[in-house]
Write a protein that binds this ligand. Sequence first.
Ligand SMILES: Nc1nc2c(ncn2[C@@H]2O[C@H](COP(=O)(O)OP(=O)(O)OP(=O)(O)O)[C@@H](O)[C@H]2O)c(=O)[nH]1
Ligand SMILES: [Mg+2]
Ligand SMILES: [Zn+2]
Length: 215
Amino acid sequence: MEIKVLEGVFDANEIVAKENRGILDKSGTYMVNMMASPGAGKTSLIVKTLEGLSGDLKSVVIEGDIAGKVDAERVSDTGTEAIQINTGGSCHLEAKQVNTALANLSLEGIGLAIVENVGNLVCPAEFKLGEDLKVMILSAAEGDDKPLKYPLMFSESDVLIVNKIDLIPYTNFNLEKLKETVIKMNPGVTIFEVSCTNGDGISEWVEWLKKRIKG
Ligand SMILES: Nc1nc2c(ncn2[C@@H]2O[C@H](COP(=O)(O)OP(=O)(O)OP(=O)(O)O)[C@@H](O)[C@H]2O)c(=O)[nH]1
Ligand SMILES: [Mg+2]
Ligand SMILES: [Zn+2]
Protein backbone atom coordinates (compact mmCIF):
# COMPACT_ATOMS: atom_id res chain seq x y z
CA MET A 1 0.00 0.00 0.00
CA GLU A 2 1.27 3.43 -0.86
CA ILE A 3 2.32 5.53 2.14
CA LYS A 4 1.17 9.15 2.07
CA VAL A 5 3.76 11.71 3.17
CA LEU A 6 2.25 14.91 4.52
CA GLU A 7 5.12 17.23 3.63
CA GLY A 8 2.71 19.39 1.62
CA VAL A 9 0.95 20.53 4.78
CA PHE A 10 4.04 22.45 5.80
CA ASP A 11 4.78 23.67 2.25
CA ALA A 12 1.31 25.17 2.02
CA ASN A 13 1.87 26.90 5.35
CA GLU A 14 5.17 28.34 4.14
CA ILE A 15 3.54 29.80 1.03
CA VAL A 16 1.02 31.70 3.19
CA ALA A 17 3.79 32.69 5.65
CA LYS A 18 5.62 34.33 2.71
CA GLU A 19 2.39 36.10 1.74
CA ASN A 20 2.12 37.41 5.34
CA ARG A 21 5.72 38.59 5.08
CA GLY A 22 4.83 40.58 1.97
CA ILE A 23 1.83 42.20 3.69
CA LEU A 24 3.95 43.18 6.71
CA ASP A 25 6.80 44.51 4.56
CA LYS A 26 4.35 46.69 2.66
CA SER A 27 3.05 48.34 5.83
CA GLY A 28 6.48 48.39 7.54
CA THR A 29 5.19 46.25 10.41
CA TYR A 30 7.57 44.14 12.50
CA MET A 31 5.95 40.88 13.69
CA VAL A 32 6.88 38.95 16.82
CA ASN A 33 5.65 35.39 17.40
CA MET A 34 5.42 34.67 21.14
CA MET A 35 5.39 31.00 22.07
CA ALA A 36 5.30 29.21 25.42
CA SER A 37 3.48 26.58 27.38
CA PRO A 38 0.10 27.46 28.95
CA GLY A 39 0.48 29.96 31.77
CA ALA A 40 4.19 30.78 31.25
CA GLY A 41 3.27 34.46 31.00
CA LYS A 42 2.77 35.29 27.30
CA THR A 43 -0.13 37.69 27.83
CA SER A 44 1.52 39.20 30.91
CA LEU A 45 4.69 39.85 28.90
CA ILE A 46 2.73 41.29 25.97
CA VAL A 47 0.97 43.72 28.31
CA LYS A 48 4.30 44.70 29.95
CA THR A 49 5.92 45.12 26.52
CA LEU A 50 3.10 47.37 25.30
CA GLU A 51 3.38 49.48 28.47
CA GLY A 52 7.16 49.72 27.97
CA LEU A 53 6.75 50.79 24.33
CA SER A 54 4.04 53.31 25.07
CA GLY A 55 4.17 56.23 22.70
CA ASP A 56 7.19 54.91 20.79
CA LEU A 57 5.42 52.54 18.49
CA LYS A 58 1.84 51.86 17.46
CA SER A 59 1.09 48.16 17.96
CA VAL A 60 -1.56 45.52 17.41
CA VAL A 61 -1.88 42.11 19.03
CA ILE A 62 -3.12 38.88 17.45
CA GLU A 63 -4.27 36.46 20.12
CA GLY A 64 -4.35 32.74 19.38
CA ASP A 65 -6.38 30.51 21.68
CA ILE A 66 -8.35 27.31 21.31
CA ALA A 67 -11.41 29.13 22.68
CA GLY A 68 -12.52 32.35 24.36
CA LYS A 69 -11.37 35.96 24.16
CA VAL A 70 -9.96 36.50 27.65
CA ASP A 71 -6.45 37.37 26.44
CA ALA A 72 -7.67 39.75 23.71
CA GLU A 73 -9.71 41.53 26.38
CA ARG A 74 -6.67 41.82 28.67
CA VAL A 75 -4.68 43.40 25.84
CA SER A 76 -7.55 45.60 24.73
CA ASP A 77 -7.79 47.00 28.27
CA THR A 78 -4.33 48.56 27.72
CA GLY A 79 -5.73 50.57 24.78
CA THR A 80 -4.00 48.48 22.11
CA GLU A 81 -6.07 46.96 19.34
CA ALA A 82 -6.33 43.17 19.73
CA ILE A 83 -7.90 40.55 17.53
CA GLN A 84 -8.73 37.05 18.75
CA ILE A 85 -8.26 33.91 16.69
CA ASN A 86 -10.06 30.85 18.04
CA THR A 87 -8.44 27.76 16.57
CA GLY A 88 -11.40 25.60 17.62
CA GLY A 89 -9.19 22.83 18.98
CA SER A 90 -5.93 23.16 17.08
CA CYS A 91 -2.97 23.51 19.46
CA HIS A 92 -0.91 25.99 17.36
CA LEU A 93 -1.38 28.89 14.97
CA GLU A 94 -0.85 28.49 11.25
CA ALA A 95 0.04 31.17 8.73
CA LYS A 96 -3.45 31.18 7.19
CA GLN A 97 -5.05 32.16 10.51
CA VAL A 98 -2.60 35.03 10.90
CA ASN A 99 -3.30 35.98 7.28
CA THR A 100 -7.00 36.32 8.09
CA ALA A 101 -6.20 38.36 11.20
CA LEU A 102 -3.91 40.70 9.20
CA ALA A 103 -6.69 41.19 6.65
CA ASN A 104 -9.01 42.28 9.48
CA LEU A 105 -6.60 44.85 10.90
CA SER A 106 -5.66 48.23 9.56
CA LEU A 107 -1.86 47.99 9.41
CA GLU A 108 -1.23 51.54 8.26
CA GLY A 109 1.09 53.21 10.77
CA ILE A 110 1.42 50.00 12.80
CA GLY A 111 5.09 49.42 13.67
CA LEU A 112 4.65 46.21 15.66
CA ALA A 113 2.32 43.21 15.54
CA ILE A 114 2.65 40.77 18.42
CA VAL A 115 1.21 37.30 17.95
CA GLU A 116 0.42 35.26 21.05
CA ASN A 117 0.55 31.66 19.91
CA VAL A 118 -1.55 28.92 21.50
CA GLY A 119 -0.09 27.79 24.84
CA ASN A 120 1.99 24.78 23.80
CA LEU A 121 5.71 24.00 23.93
CA VAL A 122 5.64 21.63 20.97
CA CYS A 123 4.12 22.38 17.55
CA PRO A 124 3.95 26.21 17.42
CA ALA A 125 7.69 25.99 16.67
CA GLU A 126 6.99 24.01 13.50
CA PHE A 127 4.75 26.58 11.80
CA LYS A 128 6.18 29.76 10.30
CA LEU A 129 3.77 32.67 10.43
CA GLY A 130 5.83 35.20 8.44
CA GLU A 131 7.25 36.70 11.63
CA ASP A 132 10.47 38.69 12.03
CA LEU A 133 11.24 37.29 15.46
CA LYS A 134 10.45 34.07 17.29
CA VAL A 135 10.32 34.61 21.03
CA MET A 136 9.80 31.83 23.52
CA ILE A 137 8.98 32.29 27.16
CA LEU A 138 9.87 29.77 29.84
CA SER A 139 8.71 30.40 33.36
CA ALA A 140 10.94 29.46 36.27
CA ALA A 141 8.09 27.37 37.67
CA GLU A 142 8.33 24.94 34.72
CA GLY A 143 11.80 23.57 35.51
CA ASP A 144 15.26 23.97 33.97
CA ASP A 145 15.11 20.60 32.17
CA LYS A 146 12.59 21.77 29.54
CA PRO A 147 15.13 22.41 26.72
CA LEU A 148 16.12 18.74 26.88
CA LYS A 149 12.52 17.60 26.59
CA TYR A 150 11.17 20.12 24.07
CA PRO A 151 14.29 20.90 22.01
CA LEU A 152 12.72 22.28 18.83
CA MET A 153 11.24 25.42 20.34
CA PHE A 154 14.44 26.23 22.20
CA SER A 155 16.58 25.72 19.10
CA GLU A 156 14.20 27.59 16.74
CA SER A 157 13.70 30.70 18.86
CA ASP A 158 15.69 33.90 18.35
CA VAL A 159 14.95 35.02 21.90
CA LEU A 160 14.36 33.15 25.15
CA ILE A 161 12.66 35.09 27.91
CA VAL A 162 12.89 33.44 31.31
CA ASN A 163 9.84 34.74 33.16
CA LYS A 164 8.73 34.54 36.81
CA ILE A 165 12.29 34.94 38.11
CA ASP A 166 10.65 36.26 41.31
CA LEU A 167 9.65 32.62 41.97
CA ILE A 168 13.18 31.18 41.71
CA PRO A 169 13.80 31.24 45.50
CA TYR A 170 10.79 28.95 45.95
CA THR A 171 11.83 26.38 43.32
CA ASN A 172 14.84 24.22 42.39
CA PHE A 173 15.16 26.14 39.08
CA ASN A 174 18.85 26.61 38.19
CA LEU A 175 19.10 29.65 35.87
CA GLU A 176 22.79 29.16 35.04
CA LYS A 177 22.25 25.50 34.16
CA LEU A 178 19.28 26.43 31.95
CA LYS A 179 21.26 29.10 30.09
CA GLU A 180 24.19 26.72 29.55
CA THR A 181 21.88 24.05 28.10
CA VAL A 182 20.07 26.47 25.78
CA ILE A 183 23.24 28.16 24.50
CA LYS A 184 24.70 24.74 23.62
CA MET A 185 21.57 23.99 21.54
CA ASN A 186 21.18 27.46 20.09
CA PRO A 187 24.39 29.56 20.26
CA GLY A 188 22.75 32.57 18.56
CA VAL A 189 19.91 32.91 21.08
CA THR A 190 19.45 36.13 23.08
CA ILE A 191 18.31 35.51 26.66
CA PHE A 192 16.41 37.85 28.97
CA GLU A 193 15.44 37.26 32.60
CA VAL A 194 12.24 38.99 33.66
CA SER A 195 9.44 39.10 36.15
CA CYS A 196 6.13 40.38 34.80
CA THR A 197 4.95 40.62 38.40
CA ASN A 198 7.58 43.00 39.77
CA GLY A 199 8.84 44.38 36.42
CA ASP A 200 12.45 43.18 36.78
CA GLY A 201 14.26 42.92 33.44
CA ILE A 202 11.35 44.24 31.36
CA SER A 203 13.07 47.48 30.31
CA GLU A 204 16.16 45.55 29.05
CA TRP A 205 13.90 43.42 26.84
CA VAL A 206 11.86 46.40 25.59
CA GLU A 207 14.96 48.48 24.77
CA TRP A 208 16.49 45.52 22.90
CA LEU A 209 13.24 45.01 20.94
CA LYS A 210 13.05 48.70 20.03
CA LYS A 211 16.59 48.62 18.63
CA ARG A 212 15.87 45.43 16.76
CA ILE A 213 12.73 46.89 15.15
CA LYS A 214 14.64 49.99 14.05
CA GLY A 215 17.14 47.57 12.42
N1 LIG B 1 4.91 35.16 40.15
C1 LIG B 1 4.75 35.49 38.88
N2 LIG B 1 3.59 35.23 38.25
C2 LIG B 1 3.46 35.60 36.96
C3 LIG B 1 4.50 36.25 36.25
N3 LIG B 1 4.08 36.49 34.99
C4 LIG B 1 2.84 35.99 34.90
N4 LIG B 1 2.45 35.47 36.09
C5 LIG B 1 1.15 34.85 36.41
O1 LIG B 1 1.06 33.62 35.71
C6 LIG B 1 -0.28 33.36 35.31
C7 LIG B 1 -0.34 33.09 33.81
O2 LIG B 1 0.05 34.27 33.11
P1 LIG B 1 -0.46 34.58 31.63
O3 LIG B 1 0.21 35.84 31.21
O4 LIG B 1 -1.93 34.49 31.56
O5 LIG B 1 0.16 33.33 30.87
P2 LIG B 1 -0.06 32.88 29.34
O6 LIG B 1 1.21 32.24 28.89
O7 LIG B 1 -0.56 34.01 28.53
O8 LIG B 1 -1.20 31.78 29.52
P3 LIG B 1 -2.12 31.11 28.34
O9 LIG B 1 -2.50 32.18 27.38
O10 LIG B 1 -3.28 30.55 29.09
O11 LIG B 1 -1.26 30.03 27.72
C8 LIG B 1 -1.09 34.58 35.73
O12 LIG B 1 -1.73 34.29 36.95
C9 LIG B 1 -0.03 35.67 35.91
O13 LIG B 1 -0.39 36.65 36.84
C10 LIG B 1 5.72 36.53 36.94
O14 LIG B 1 6.69 37.08 36.41
N5 LIG B 1 5.78 36.12 38.24
MG1 LIG C 1 -2.26 34.18 27.35
ZN1 LIG D 1 -0.38 21.96 17.39
